[in-house]
Design a protein around this ligand. Structure first.
Ligand code: CA
Length: 340
């Protein structure tokens, strides 16, 4: 064989090999290796079982939650009903209590009348009633006493505060009654003894003929309470313009009456103050105006929201200043000699 023939054979073989390689390669790409048939189905089956289990657990949980919720709702409804029943019972008890209280009051009044018929001691005020064991706060009728020159008089007695025995001479709490009244009104008194009232200067003068304590209780619109007490309180008669004398302050409201000490009583039609101004007209009440006020307990009643807008309200400067009208006030007196 010649060298040229050998080279031909080599080229031929090489071309054959190349052709075969080219023909086989695309066939390999079309058939990727498959996983064994049995393993695939087992995994799917196991997943399906797990999903089914989870679904049934979820359903059970949701059923349980629904039952729980229904139970809770039922319990709440039960509690609500019990609450309403209890409230009804309390209301009933309260109404029974108030009925009994009314009866007690009536019995007390009847007793009081029989006491005054048999006793030589006069029923002078709430302190004398307290000493005779009338210990329930409320309205009492002080009988007429010719020896003392006192007419029959309805009074409200505070038999609880600090030992009781207090006769109320003033109250502000409802706010419908005007206190901007004339001399005659303040002289004889006005208002309702269970609501807002001024007992009357002549009555107060009579009740303070012996050494007397004055206690003033106040409440603001935030529900806080304060008091001011004067262990010496006295009022001159009408000829002396019901001049005020107070001394020996104690309490937690501050002393806003001292400024009014030794001043005369003024009303809308009697300017007895110590000022060029007409204080009763400016402050719209009857009071012992100086020039003009450090307190104005007979001023205008202003409701919450309006209570900080004027200077003619029910004020006590030492507690809330000149622009705060109080929600509630009670002025009460009892003899200095009273022992609860
Ligand atoms: Ca004046």
């Amino acid at each position: 064989m010649t060298k040229r023939n050998v080279s031909f054979v080599v080229w031929g073989v090489a071309l054959l090999l190349l052709a075969e390689t080219w023909a086989q390669s695309p066939r390999k790409k079309l058939t990727p290796p498959k996983p064994p048939k049995g393993q695939c189905c087992d995994e799917v089956r196991s997943l399906k079982v797990q999903v089914a289990n989870l679904t049934s657990i979820l359903e059970e949980l949701s059923r349980k939650q629904e039952t729980d919720l229904r139970n809770v709702v039922r319990q709440i409804m039960d509690l609500d009903q019990q609450n309403r029943q209890q409230e009804a019972r309390v209301t009933e008890a309260e109404s029974r209590y108030s009925e009994i209280n009314n009866r007690v009051e009536i019995m007390q009044l009847q007793n009081l009348q029989s006491v005054t018929q048999t006793s030589s001691d006069a029923i002078y005020d709430c302190a004398s009633l307290s000493s005779r064991n009338y210990k329930i706060s409320g309205v009492y009728k002080l009988p007429k006493d010719e020896l003392l020159g006192t007419p029959e008089l309805s009074v409200f007695c505070d038999m609880e505060t600090n030992g009781g025995g207090w006769t109320l001479i003033q109250r502000r709490k409802i706010g419908l009654l005007s206190f901007n009244r004339d001399w005659k009104n303040y002289k004889s008194g006005f208002g309702s003894i269970r609501g807002d009232f001024w007992l009357g200067n002549d009555h107060i003068v009579r009740l303070t003929r012996q050494p007397t304590v004055l206690r003033i209780e106040m409440e603001d619109w935030e529900g806080q309470t304060r008091y001011a007490e004067y262990s010496l309180f006295n009022m001159a008669n009408e000829l002396n313009s019901y001049k005020l004398f107070i001394a020996n302050y104690s309490g937690n409201a501050g002393d806003s009456l001292r400024y009014h000490n030794t001043t005369n009583f003024s009303t809308i039609n009697r300017d007895n103050d110590k000022c060029v101004d007409d204080c009763a007209a400016l402050r719209k009440g009857g009071y012992w105006y100086n020039c003009c006020t450090d307190s104005n307990l007979n001023g205008m009643f202003y409701r919450y929201g309006e209570h900080t807008k004027k200077t003619d309200g029910i004020t006590w400067y030492a507690w809330h200043g000149p622009n705060y009208s109080l929600k509630k006030v009670e002025m009460k007196i009892r003899p200095a000699s009273f022992h609860p």
